[in-house]
Design a protein around this ligand. Structure first.
Ligand code: NAG
Length: 441
């Protein structure tokens, strides 16, 4: 009897508490709450399960059909609205008010064409394909962030766009996502990569250029084959190709500013198969990298010229495929927005603590997140997973690549907090939506 008299009062108190928590909107996001949530055993195991299922069934760029299905099923379970397909196999989910401002979080979904050499229970079941770059964890972590955000949806003054992107590994999936128009009203985008060489619990980044721009090249050098003992009757493409390679080595060492980091690597040299035959042609190919658009385009032009001029006067160079941009678009430089660096420091300070934020040196690796940094304010960082006591961690793209799954909680928490706090506190006052832009995405 007594209890019944108390029920209305309890309800009232409950209502009051709800009001207080939503009126102090943002408080959970200004704390380590997202990390604590993502570390709770049930939550953590759920992410681990997702990551392992994706790891067992790796799919290459623009073929992420099963991965996309898994993502959609999880979003449905969470009650999150999504669009599919975006950019062939991409999935885009929406959490929050459904109204502006919009902020995006990105995870890449594709695996690599390589055989896994790690013997473990959840080893890749697909011969010749492996998640050796951790994109399986990126998907699990973005779903983790989706869950944290959805649970606190009332405390989001705007909409978080969850971008599950195809084909990061050379296919330029980010470019297709932009072309699909799903980011048109988005004010800022965040992404990260797990890192084997950064300790667990540590995050790292820098303002400005963080990952190089990159391109690929291929040239076929044609001569005239013949007997190796009678070179005077041949035009030797092997010698010509060697001259081209020497010329290519001058581009960075003799022409570039030593303070402007660049690289040209010839990684492919194919021609001839016998000890006593000069082949008809040789194919060379490789990659070039730089930290500014100007340097990248300059390298591209000089590689073209070196391939033309570096050959002997008698050999002809036929450049077929050239810069292979149809299949492997030139990746721009990944440039972190300077204001968003401040935002990253604020968020990371609450999630991992100031002591656990590191400055990241720029990396020669390229990342197709760069396409986003060209069209909207964007920020890319690294989430550590090294744990010395568990032994060395082979680097990404190694057939022995391993993941410390404890990093899942950190990635999920960073993602969730980066987005939520952007909506709450980090938006520039003059931004499009703040000027009263669009109502719906
Ligand atoms: C590193 O791994 C050990 C052994 O599994 C574990 O006890 C420890 O908590 C881990 N350290 C961190 C910082 O996660």
């Amino acid at each position: 009897m007594g209890l019944f008299r108390w029920v209305p009062l309890l309800l009232l108190l409950h209502q009051l508490c709800l009001q207080i928590s939503s009126s102090s909107s943002g408080s959970v996001w200004m704390s380590s709450y997202p990390l604590e949530r993502a570390k709770e055993p049930e939550f953590f195991e759920w992410m681990v399960g997702i990551r392992r299922r994706i790891h067992e069934n790796p799919e290459l760029g623009y073929e992420e059909f099963e991965t996309a299905k898994l993502v959609m099923r999880e979003l449905e379970d969470l009650g999150i609205r999504y669009e599919y397909p975006v950019a062939v196999t991409g999935v885009v989910g929406y959490v929050g008010t459904g109204k502006p401002p919009f902020v995006a979080l990105r995870a890449d979904m594709d695996a690599l064409a390589m055989q896994e050499s790690v013997e473990w229970e959840y080893k890749s079941k697909v011969p010749g394909k492996m998640h050796a770059c951790g994109h399986d964890t990126h998907v699990a972590m973005l779903l983790g962030a989706a869950k944290i955000l959805k649970e606190r949806q009332e405390e989001l003054p705007g909409t978080v766009v969850l971008l599950f992107q195809p084909a990061e590994e050379g296919g330029g999936g980010a470019k297709k996502v932009i072309e699909a128009g799903v980011l048109e009203k988005v004010e800022a985008i965040f992404g990260f990569h797990i890192a084997s060489e950064i300790p667990i619990g540590v995050v790292a980044s820098r303002p400005g250029a963080i990952m190089a721009g990159s391109g690929f090249f291929e040239a076929v050098i044609s001569g005239k084959g013949g007997h190796a003992a009678i070179p005077q009757h041949t035009i030797d493409p092997i010698l010509s190709a060697s001259n081209v390679i020497v010329s290519l080595q001058h581009l960075v060492s003799r022409e570039a500013d030593p303070l402007d980091s660049q690289v040209v690597t010839v990684a492919k040299f194919q021609g001839g198969g016998a000890f006593n035959v000069i082949p008809d042609s040789v194919t060379i190919g490789g990659t070039f990298r730089a930290f500014s658009k100007e340097s990248l385009l300059q390298l591209k032009q000089r590689i073209e010229e070196a391939c033309d001029q570096g050959t002997s006067s008698r050999a002809e160079v036929q450049r077929h495929g050239d810069f292979l941009e149809k299949d492997r678009p030139l990746f721009p430089v990944t440039v972190n927005n300077k204001d968003l660096h401040e935002h990253f420091l604020n968020v990371a300070g609450d999630i991992v603590g100031l002591r656990n934020i590191r400055d990241q040196q720029p990396l020669m690796g390229a990342e197709d997140f760069a396409f986003f940094t060209e069209v909207l304010p964007a920020y890319y960082y690294f989430v550590g997973m090294k744990n010395e006591t568990r032994g060395p961690m082979p680097p990404a793209h190694s057939p022995y690549f391993k993941v410390n799954e404890e990093a899942l909680s950190y990635g999920a928490a960073m993602h969730a907090s980066m987005a939520a706090r952007y909506l709450i506190e980090a938006r520039p006052s003059g931004s499009a939506a703040a000027r009263g832009g669009h109502d719906e995405l």
